[in-house]
Design a protein around this ligand. Structure first.
Ligand code: TV7
Ligand code: CA
Ligand code: ZN
Length: 372
């Protein structure tokens, strides 16, 4: 099935579950699914739909599909709990961690089935060999555990998609450029030598979720098949791309959390949209089947700029820096309707060249061990 030529244009499939952007976590909650509607409006506004081969409104995942990874009792709870009845099941809400970061909101289970269904549809199409690249910006909810919600994530679509791809591919490489550690995906495959997980993240004493140190490298059969790149505030384009380009692989799932951009409401890195997109472009040139999912990103206007730009990168289209007119024009006035507003240099870079050198050398050593 490895029939992708990096020099020709890949076949790209784009998954947008209709209505996914109309869900609300709650007024003050930083996760805004509305960013998905903005992203889709920019993709269509740029006319990228004409360059994308297939556009799908995928069916929601079924319970059975979610239970391939998740605990049936947890899925049963998600299917039944509502804002109206949540007071009757206080103990279960605590058991399954559906508090504060992961509130119970209206049609929450529909939202979960939508974003997971889209990643699964992409994984199936890649496995069937009928697309080279599959994009689901509503996915990438990488913190969800087998039986527990965590960090704005309820079901782990990345884990489900990888499990689907493992039916047909001997190995999968998971790369995570969200500013948070991809702990849920790492945990699911920590003992597996068929899935290599690589996460780039902010790693300091108190930053969520607190895991992902350089020396966490997998266990049992999975020893050496887990890579963590712990970074400090303010990491810039040059440093990030240098470290990023030490990675290699097979079938790939790329989580593109946009909270690693400069000026993110929750993040503290200094990346431009161009550099974030260069990570996507670099992975694209490997010419292997690629599932691209979203993830974090809390400055909504920049998340949608970034993912629209990366959609263009993935289809191999050049798009102008002036944004197309959409119904969301008011969101983009800040930059005079530009795709690439200045985002960098606002946070001090606390990463020293020596510290980064230490990380890069340590990872080169591990990759050499794998013969990669
Ligand atoms: C993939 N940071 C998810 C990233 C998940 C980050 C956190 C918040 C937050 C939650 C809110 C809120 C917030 C302004 C920010 C230790 C706590 C502190 C809850 C109030 N405002 C992804 C999860 C992270 C919820 N959690 O990787 C409702 O920030 O740091 C924590 C944990 C305990 C719980 N409290 C926060 O990007 C998609 N939460 C406002 C309202
Ligand atoms: Ca990450
Ligand atoms: Zn994040």
């Amino acid at each position: 099935t490895e029939r992708v030529n990096p020099h020709s244009r890949p076949i790209v499939s784009y998954y947008f579950p209709k209505g996914v952007g109309e869900h609300h976590y709650g007024e003050r909650h930083p996760m805004k699914p509305h960013r998905l509607s903005l992203t889709n409006a920019l993709v269509m506004g740029y006319g990228l739909d004409k360059q994308i081969h297939h556009i799908y409104n995928p069916r929601p995942a079924t319970r059975e599909e979610l239970e391939v990874y998740h605990d049936p009792q947890y899925i049963d709870f998600l299917s039944k709990v509502t804002p109206a009845n949540q007071d009757d099941t206080k103990h279960l809400i605590d058991t399954f961690n559906c508090v504060e970061d992961c509130p119970i909101f209206a049609d929450m289970f529909e939202f979960c089935k939508m974003y997971a269904g889209a990643s699964l549809a992409g994984a199936r199409k890649l496995s069937a060999g009928t697309t080279d690249t599959a994009i689901n910006w509503s996915g990438g909810l990488h913190h969800a555990k087998r039986g527990e919600a965590n960090g704005f994530c309820y079901v782990n679509d990345a884990v489900l998609a990888i499990l689907e791809m493992l039916k047909y591919h001997p190995r999968v490489l998971y790369i995570d450029i969200d500013i948070h550690h991809g702990d849920g995906v790492e945990l699911a495959f920590y003992h597996s030598n068929r899935v290599m997980t690589v996460s780039f993240h902010k790693y300091t004493g108190d930053f969520f979720p607190g895991t992902g140190k350089l020396d966490d490298n997998g266990a049992g059969l999975g020893k050496h098949f887990c890579i963590n790149v712990p970074l400090q505030d303010g990491v810039d384009d040059d440093m990030y791309l240098t470290v990023f380009k030490t990675v290699i692989g097979d079938t790939i799932v790329l989580q593109c959390g946009a909270d690693s951009l400069g000026l993110d409401r929750l993040g503290a890195f200094n990346l431009s949209i161009a550099a974030h997109g260069e990570c996507v472009n670099y992975v694209r040139t490997f010419g292997v089947p690629l599932l691209v999912v979203g993830g974090g990103g809390y400055t909504v206007k920049n998340v949608s700029r970034c993912w629209a730009y990366e959609t263009a990168v993935l289809v191999g289209a050049d798009i102008p820096d002036t944004l197309p007119a959409t119904v969301y024009d008011a969101f983009f006035a800040d930059s005079g309707w530009k795709l690439h507003p200045p985002l960098t240099g606002k946070v001090d870079n606390l990463n020293s060249p020596a510290g980064l050198q230490r990380i890069t050398m340590s990872i080169r050593e591990k990759l050499r061990y794998l013969g990669g």
